[in-house]
Design a protein around this ligand. Structure first.
Ligand code: FE2
Length: 400
């Protein structure tokens, strides 16, 4: 009897997973900031957005806790959404001049990205523009950043858990990341109470961003078992609580679910990448100032539909995570159900099916496509040609 041994080539991906040094999660978690700060530094630069945190009393609580733990602080405020190279470089100059050895950012994704970038630039020479992922540029960080504590006040970008910061380069008309493992915050301090006063529209588009991040990382080429598990759990939380968080802003349980979903979405995207919705969202932010979460959310169902032929099984799983009963459906029907359910959730939170009102011009499509090229597009499960991008742009702009 002859035995024929057939060596099967099995494609097993090797995954790597990185997370913040410490994650503190839960209502009231802000009370731990003083102890954490004392452990990591003696003089801190507090990075803030506009005045919202001042009004809510969160800034007062933060400074009080720092003083109680013998820390000095300097405030860098009024960081706008979509921070520019100039905003980072100015903040870095202030942190160096004041000899800060710790950065604490309290705010939305833009504020966290600013704090993260400053923490790295304090110890590295040049402008942050030198380190952006721009073709032919992109210096590597030579020195470890100073410690960074990220305290999100929206539930969306997941920046508190990621290794990148998105920065607008106005000179080059680009929105590109700086990216390095050393950029992952030392501490991610997520206190859902800080999101209780977020207005419904911001809650909706931030949640849309978190959902897009989870789904894109779950479907992406670099998806892996650890982030798949996190993404599926987070998608379930969004399905359960996004509409509630938008309609009942003071519902702490719903806010907690969305804060967890956003944190998990950050862990997912940082380790497993994103996809075509994020790729197109960046140039839409640069050229039309469309809020990131909004463009991601509008693109999401179209990109899911586009990807369906290559990730049918995973889309069916998403339908299940979103609470749909798919037992009597075929895999293809279940996948389509996931797209419909995402549309239902987005409609329920007031996100329209296209961006027609933003008056996106057809003649700008070539530069939008050019701006979409890069890592996120490459990670999309189905290869996306320029013609495919044009098709998606027609759908999402409502120009059909
Ligand atoms: Fe995002």
């Amino acid at each position: 009897m002859n035995f024929i041994f057939v060596r099967r080539l099995v494609l097993i991906k090797v995954g790597e997973f990185y997370a913040p040094g410490k994650i503190i999660f839960g209502p009231g978690g802000l009370s731990q900031v003083g102890v954490e700060a004392e452990r990591l530094g003696s003089k801190t630069l507090i990075v803030l957005g506009r005045s919202a945190m001042k009004k809510s009393g969160a800034l007062d609580r933060l400074t009080h806790l720092l003083i109680e733990n013998n820390l000095e602080y300097v405030i860098y405020k009024n960081v706008p959404s979509d921070p520019t190279v100039e905003i980072i470089d100015t903040g870095t100059g202030l942190a160096r001049k004041e000899k800060c050895n710790l950065i604490i950012a309290l705010g939305g994704g833009s504020v966290l990205d600013t704090g993260k970038a400053i923490s790295a630039m304090v110890t590295n020479e040049g402008s942050v523009a030198d380190y952006q992922e721009i073709e032919g540029k992109g210096r590597k960080f030579q020195h470890k950043p100073i410690p960074f504590i990220a305290i999100p006040t929206t539930s969306g970008t997941g920046s508190e858990a990621t290794r990148n910061a998105v920065i607008t380069n106005t000179k080059l008309g680009l929105k590109k990341s700086i990216r390095d493992l050393c950029l992952i915050p030392e501490v991610a301090l997520v206190d859902p109470e800080l999101t209780l006063s977020l207005p419904p529209h911001i809650t909706a588009i931030s949640g849309g961003d978190a959902l897009t991040q989870c789904i894109e990382s779950y479907l992406g080429k670099k998806s892996q078992e650890i982030t798949d598990a996190l993404a599926m759990h987070a998608i379930g939380l969004v399905g359960k609580s996004l509409v509630k968080a938008v309609k009942e802003g003071k519902n702490l349980e719903a806010r907690k679910d969305m804060a967890m979903a956003a944190l998990l979405s950050g862990l997912c995207l940082s380790n497993s990448g994103l996809g075509t919705a994020h790729a197109l969202s960046h140039p839409l932010g640069v050229y039309y100032k469309i809020p990131h979460g909004l463009s991601c959310a509008v693109l999401l169902p179209y990109v899911m539909e586009y990807n369906q032929p290559v990730v049918t099984k995973k889309l069916a799983k998403i339908a299940e995570c979103l609470g749909e009963n798919i037992s009597s459906l075929s895999e293809t029907e279940a996948a389509q159900r996931a797209v419909e359910k995402v549309k239902e959730i987005l409609t329920a939170v007031g996100i329209k099916e296209n961006l027609f009102g933003w008056k996106i011009e057809e003649e700008d499509f070539p530069k939008l496509i050019k701006g979409a090229k890069g890592g996120s597009l490459d990670n999309n499960p189905r290869d996306t040609s320029d013609e495919d991008l044009i098709e998606l742009l027609y759908k999402m702009t409502g120009l059909y």
